[in-house]
Design a binder for this molecule. Structure first.
Ligand code: BCO
Length: 565
């Protein structure tokens, strides 16, 4: 009898469309993480099944527009069909096997969603990158990740070609383009010819699924590795409680495809809940386009960086009638209470802030229905126990400033990143006693709300971007005018903070026009590294403050910028 029931429950689980209650319990760490999990077969294919069994029409899984009349809508079934073909492209002509790595640098085009899903189906490790990456950035990423394949568009193909000969691991280049390019496979040609049948690989929850490059204080960006469990399963709570999504919602998350926020807001958050992910290609950021889109399309949920809200409230929002917008989310940087108030006054809607990291996902949030305390990050998001601790790892009482940390006890929560690839020292450095250290400073009030104070290191958070000062300084030093520089954050009313460079000039440049030289240095940085990192402020100085051992004291410059001297 016991065997019968065991088999019966196994069958029920295998064939039941989707057991969201189980996923919720797993997300809260109240139930064991399954040994095997694959978001494509366990979630997307189940939604496809539910869709078929439903009598009434469903929202599409992906609704893409380009603002110029181009539109694509895919149901979960169509997404499954197309992504299986792409999976065959990856394992066939691209020659990729399970565990191989692929770098995907695409703007917001439907192919990005297909490749993302196809990687899950094949077990190929997906490494997204922003289209702002330069030749140097791409070369660094190809070498560090040992990626065997790169996918990009016409604009970036020559950039890849300029460094490809230095990247010995790169075997295949795949272009998403109307035209053919020598030495590149063409995505549409291969897709047309690819078979539609594909068996999704069976992946263990701990198997590597994706890698993100993130900036730190020192060195070039580190590789944050996530597994099928941490990435797929890990975003259930976020989609359900912070984003408050259901199958009848349409969520528009504006993040660039290169950031984890695109995965949270445009892939796992919505698709776990059977929600439509709405995408506007928007090659250039334009507040009016955003406002008009909200008036024309039935977007119920908007997820964006606070900088976007700051830019939107500069417009007279009362002139716009949003079609169905009911829930607004922000993340990536702190949102200021004034902007929340202006948004609320003009639209009648609150902004629900979420605080997270590429390594950990959502850490704190203002969940729907919770009292919002403007200026706070909200409360710890399940499954995390967030505390404020001192340098010895002791929990601080309410109101005291310290490091924002997550309790890990005996076992790391399954939602954590697996490691910084090839960097065990850096991975270990995130742990202090029984806590994971976020690198952010803050305090907790009596009600458990967390208040952000700033970074504990030199990382700059500008317009939602995480920018490492070392990367900007390295770009500046390549210019003949620069002897040395120090890069710190500086306050900015729209972008929260911006990159500011203090530059010591070479004697042969000291007589040059400073304004022109500043522009030249800005353009130079935009060419060497992704332009979003360029120093929006530059100050020329005679010398930089240093310690007795000659280390630049960025903190002194930063404090001066923020008026703490
Ligand atoms: O502002 P400028 O015009 O002076 O400079 C801009 C661009 O014009 C320029 N640029 C871009 N491509 C270029 C170029 N210059 C030369 N050559 C090129 N090829 O570079 C600057 C880029 O700055 P931007 O990206 O901030 O541009 P923009 O248009 O002002 O966009 C505003 C935002 C708000 C849309 C943008 O900053 C943004 O998307 N921010 C959000 C970032 C984000 O999603 N962060 C989340 C990360 S994930 C996370 O935090 C974990 C949470 C769990």
């Amino acid at each position: 009898i016991q065997t019968f029931y065991r088999l019966f429950h196994q069958c029920r689980k295998t064939f039941a469309p989707l057991n969201l209650t189980d996923y919720e319990a797993i997300g809260r760490c109240e139930q064991e993480v399954p040994e095997y999990f694959n978001f494509a077969s366990d979630v997307l294919d189940k939604w496809s099944q539910i869709e078929k069994e439903r009598k009434e029409p469903s929202n599409p899984a992906l609704w893409w527009i380009n603002g110029k009349g181009g539109e694509r809508k895919w149901s979960f079934e169509e997404l499954g069909f197309e992504s299986r073909k792409v999976a065959n492209v990856l394992s066939g002509p691209c020659g990729l096997q399970r565990g191989d790595r692929i770098i995907v640098i695409l703007p917001r085009i439907p192919e990005w969603w297909l490749l993302n899903t196809a990687c899950m189906r094949t077990g190929v490790v997906f490494i997204p990158g922003t289209t702002q990456l330069t030749a140097k950035d791409i070369c660094y990423r190809l070498l560090a990740s040992k990626a065997k394949c790169i996918v990009t568009i016409d604009a970036l193909a020559p950039v890849v070609d300029s460094v490809a000969s230095q990247c010995q691991f790169l075997k295949t280049k795949l272009i998403v383009s109307e035209s053919r390019r020598a030495e590149w496979l063409n995505f549409s040609d291969l897709l047309k010819a690819a078979p539609a049948v594909h068996n999704c690989v069976k992946t263990r929850s701990q198997d590597p699924m994706t890698i993100y490059f993130t900036s730190g204080t020192t060195g070039f960006p580190k590789m944050v590795e996530h597994s099928y469990g941490s990435f797929g399963l890990g975003f259930f709570i976020c989609g359900r409680y912070w984003m408050n999504l259901t199958p009848s919602d349409v969520v528009w998350s504006m993040s660039d495809t290169g950031w984890i926020k695109a995965a949270i807001g445009n892939v796992f958050g919505p698709w776990f809940q059977g929600t439509c992910a709405f995408v506007h290609a928007m090659p250039q950021f334009d507040p009016k386009v955003i406002l008009n889109t909200l008036c024309r399309y039935p977007v119920t949920t908007l997820c964006s960086a606070p900088t976007v809200y700051r830019m939107l409230v500069q417009h007279d929002l009362t002139r716009y009638t949003f079609k169905t917008l009911k829930h607004c989310l922000s993340g990536g940087e702190p949102v200021n209470p004034e902007v929340m108030e202006q948004w609320k006054n003009q639209t009648g809607l609150n902004i629900y802030e979420g605080y997270g990291q590429t390594e950990i996902g959502l850490i704190c949030g203002n969940m729907k229905g919770m009292k919002i305390k403007p200026g706070s990050l909200g409360k710890a998001a399940p499954p995390y126990d967030v505390q404020i601790i001192d340098e010895k790892g002791s929990v601080l009482p309410p109101g005291e400033e310290g490091d924002i940390a997550i309790k890990i006890d005996a076992k790391r929560p399954f939602t954590f990143f697996t490691r910084y690839v090839d960097d065990p020292v850096k991975t270990a450095s995130t742990i202090r006693g029984n806590f994971y250290i976020t690198g952010d400073r803050g305090s907790m009030d009596e009600d458990g709300y967390i208040w952000f104070m700033g970074r504990s290191d030199d990382v700059i958070i500008s317009s939602g971007y995480r920018i490492g000062p070392f990367e900007v300084e390295s770009a500046l030093i390549e210019h003949p005018a620069v002897v040395e520089s120090a890069v710190v954050s500086s306050p900015d009313p729209i972008r929260g903070e911006v990159v500011k460079a203090f530059v010591v000039l070479s004697p042969s440049f000291t007589t040059q026009d400073r304004k022109k030289l500043a522009c030249e240095l800005q353009d130079h940085v935009k060419k060497v590294t992704a332009p979003y990192k360029y120093p929006r402020k530059i100050e020329f100085v005679e010398q930089l403050p240093k310690t007795i051992t000659g280390k630049i004291r960025r903190s002194e410059l930063r404090n001066k910028e923020w008026g703490q001297i």
